[in-house]
Each structure stands twice: as structure tokens, then as C-alpha cells.
Design a protein around this ligand. Structure first.
Ligand code: PLP
Length: 398
């Protein structure tokens, strides 16, 4: 099965079983169906529709003009690690040492990758609440680990301590937790984090806390599981600027981890990417020092879109939990439609020219759901929801 044919020649050496077992996680599948339709609406990928704030772009231009275009330390430039540490201190109240506990990475994606490489031995199990962001499974498998998905559909898309306990085996090494989460927008309360933390301490698990959407939490201040008793030394906190500062293409993320783990991650970073772009690092420094309020208007826009979408979906009698953060809604398809997530997305794309992401992109526990991105203008969202309402109405009459 792993034989390769290149220009008619058959090569008998097999390609890596690890990449071959991965499916390409295409968020664009249904977008491609309507790519040529002039009135198509794409509510697919998790990409802010705002431009990167101008002062951040200016900092990058200055970096180029001033010739700041060479390799940097593997962990990122020290002033940026200091700024990241100070920035994150606002959330947790404690400081990660910029010298030994902070890494600048090529997006949060890269931080997830090097965290897995640093932590996992072949066959180690990683508990992942699902529906889940597809990046986790890929990184776990590439690092020879085994993802163990836990169904959270009946518990408000939140992992419970009981469900965590049930998923743990002697091979379990790590729990991945995201709050706010993609695709569900669910957010853990302090009590819920504290209860999960007790299980992690009791069963000696590491935790990867993906906090990339922390600034986009709609109510209350973000709480990190790393703040719970006994957790700082077993938690790897990941952050990034893609969502908070509309910087997806700049590829900047951060990892905060206990020094011995950070050191292993730095090795993995050295041999995979060397360092993040020097130009992007100067932009990131600007974002973290003078752009601390940049995410506020974006958060307000996503919140308004969330309210609009939840109201419209409920008017359509489409069951939906109001998300508490990030920029997605993840409604359940009404049973009366008798459609799978893929079938719904395909028909909606073909008939209404609205592209969504099928719940199946987020493991099979996403079956029966679709993800709608709220990272668009209010006007675009209104139009998409109106078309979806018509579509659902017609299908109900079938
Ligand atoms: N984590 C979550 C939960 C995400 O939704 C995403 C992007 O969609 C990422 C991580 C990766 O972000 P980036 O690599 O752009 O920082």
C-alpha cells in the first residue's frame, strides 16, 4: 500500500506509515464546491476577517528596513520572550522565566508539534476531548502517540472528571485541553478546571493547555488550568497571535513550560524550523507591548455575530449551545432533516452557495453537527443565515 509511483516508476520503499495514516483535514472541502459561484459565502476556516493592526505591520516593515533579517535564537529573541512572559502574567499572576520557560514558535501549530515530540514515547496515549481541533490528532500521531478521543457531546462539550478518569489507562501521559475550544466555543469554569486538575495530579498526567482563544472569551476573565494547585509543573501552556491579533499568516505562537520540558521542546524546534521568522518576531513584539487592546474590538464583533447566529439558528429550530468564546458556532442538525453533516454541508453549498465545515472534520464525534465561522462581517453572516433558514425550511418540507 505504501509503494510510490513517480512518473510511472514504482518505488518499493514505503513512505512513512505515520503520514499515510493521517487524513488531510480539509476545512475547504465544501468551499471548493462553490469556489466559482459569484455569490458564494465562505464560513469555513478559522481565520479572522480583520486586517493585522497597522502598527504591527509597520513594526515588520521597520524590521526589514533595518536589516533585522537574520537567524534568531531557537527559542526566539529574548525581548519577545520577556514580553510574552509579561503578557501572560496578566492571565495567571505568575511569571514564566523568559530564559528557560518561554519559547516563541512558528504558530501554535508548531508549539503543539514540538510539545508532542518532547513528551511522547511510542504508544503513549493522549486524551483529547472531542469534537476536537484536528491539529492535535496529527501532531500526536506524528510523534508516535495514540489519541484517545472522549465524547463530550452530552456534557456541553466539556470534559468531566469522570469521563477523564474512565479514559485513563496505564499508557496515558497527557491531556489536551482547549478553553475556549475550537470548534465548540466551550469554556471551562474555574471549578471545572480545578476538578480536572485534581484528576491530573492524582493520575500523574501532563496537560497541554491550548489558550490560543483566551482573548476571545466573551464573559469573565480567562482562567488557566496551570493555575490550579500542583499544575504549574505539569502544564504546557500554548498561546498564539493568529486569532487575538489577526495574524494567521505571520506564524507566531508561544509555549510556556517548565524548564526541563521547554529545553526538550527547544531541541525539537532547532531541528525542525531553526527559529521563527525574525520579521514576524518584531511584529509580535509590537503586538504584545503596544497592541494589548487590539483584540477588544474583534472580540466585540465576534460576540455580536455569536448573538446574531444563535438567535437565527434557534428561530430555525436548530439546536445550538451559545458558545462562550472563540469565533465559531457548532449547531446540531435537526434530526427531522435526516441528513448527515457531510450531506447537509454539500447540499447547502450546492443549493444555497454557503460553505460550512462538516462536524466530521472534528472526529466522528462531530457527526450531526456543522461549524459556522463567525469571523466575517455582520452583513455576510446575516445573508448566510437567511439562506440557511430557507434551505432548512425547504428540507423540512421534503
Ligand atoms: N489551536 C486551536 C484550537 C486552533 O483553532 C488553531 C487554529 O485554528 C490553532 C491551535 C493553530 O493556530 P496557529 O498555528 O495559527 O497559531
Amino acid at each position: 500500500a505504501g509503494k510510490v509511483s513517480i512518473k510511472g516508476a514504482i518505488f518499493m520503499q514505503e513512505l512513512s506509515a505515520r503520514t499515510r495514516q493521517l487524513a488531510f483535514a480539509s476545512m475547504r472541502r465544501f468551499a471548493d464546491l462553490v469556489a466559482d459561484e459569484p455569490d458564494a459565502i465562505f464560513l469555513t476556516i478559522g481565520q479572522p476577517h480583520f486586517p493585522t493592526p497597522a502598527h504591527i505591520a509597520e513594526a515588520a516593515k521597520r524590521a526589514i528596513d533595518e536589516g533585522f533579517t537574520s537567524y534568531t535564537p531557537n527559542r526566539g529573541i529574548l525581548p519577545l520572550r520577556e514580553a510574552a512572559s509579561a503578557y501572560y502574567e496578566r492571565f495567571t499572576g505568575y511569571r514564566y522565566d523568559p530564559g528557560s520557560e518561554v519559547l516563541v514558535t512558528v504558530g501554535t501549530t508548531h508549539a503543539i508539534d514540538i510539545a508532542m515530540r518532547a513528551l511522547l514515547e511510542p504508544g503513549d496515549e493522549v486524551v483529547i476531548p472531542a469534537p476536537a481541533y484536528p491539529g492535535y490528532e496529527g501532531a500526536v500521531r506524528l510523534a508516535h502517540g495514540t489519541p484517545v478521543f472522549v465524547d463530550t457531546r452530552s456534557t456541553g462539550f466539556l470534559l468531566t472528571p469522570d469521563a477523564l478518569r474512565e479514559a485513563i489507562t496505564p499508557r496515558t501521559k497527557l491531556l489536551i485541553l482547549a478553553s475556549p475550544a475550537n470548534p465548540t466555543g466551550s469554556v471551562y469554569s474555574e471549578q471545572q478546571l480545578s476538578d480536572l486538575a485534581s484528576v491530573c495530579v492524582e493520575r500523574d498526567l501532563y496537560v497541554l493547555s491550548d489558550e490560543i482563544y483566551a482573548e476571545l472569551q466573551f464573559a469573565g476573565s480567562p482562567v488557566s488550568i496551570s493555575q490550579m494547585p500542583g499544575m504549574r509543573e505539569r502544564t504546557l501552556v500554548l498561546h498564539g497571535l493568529s486569532k487575538s491579533h489577526s495574524m494567521t499568516g505571520w506564524r507566531i505562537g508561544f509555549a510556556f513550560a517548565p524548564a526541563p520540558i521547554a529545553a526538550e521542546m527547544a531541541k525539537a524546534a532547532q531541528f525542525s524550523v531553526s527559529c521563527p521568522s525574525s520579521i514576524s518576531q518584531m511584529a509580535a513584539l509590537e503586538a504584545l507591548t503596544r497592541g494589548q487592546e487590539d483584540s477588544r474590538p474583534m472580540r466585540e464583533a465576534y460576540r455580536a455575530n455569536r448573538d446574531l447566529a444563535v438567535r437565527a439558528l434557534r428561530d430555525m429550530q436548530v439546536p445550538v449551545e451559545a458558545p462562550s468564546g472563540a469565533f465559531y458556532v457548532f449547531p446540531a442538525l435537526p434530526k427531522a432533516l435526516g441528513m448527515t453533516s457531510d450531506a447537509f454541508c454539500e447540499a447547502l453549498a450546492r443549493e444555497a452557495h454557503v460553505a460550512l465545515v462538516s462536524g466530521m472534520c472534528f472526529t466522528s464525534y462531530g457527526e450531526g453537527y456543522v461549524r459556522i465561522s463567525l469571523a466575517c462581517s455582520e452583513q455576510t453572516l446575516r445573508e448566510a443565515l437567511a439562506r440557511m433558514a430557507n434551505f432548512v425550511e425547504r428540507r423540512r418540507q421534503h
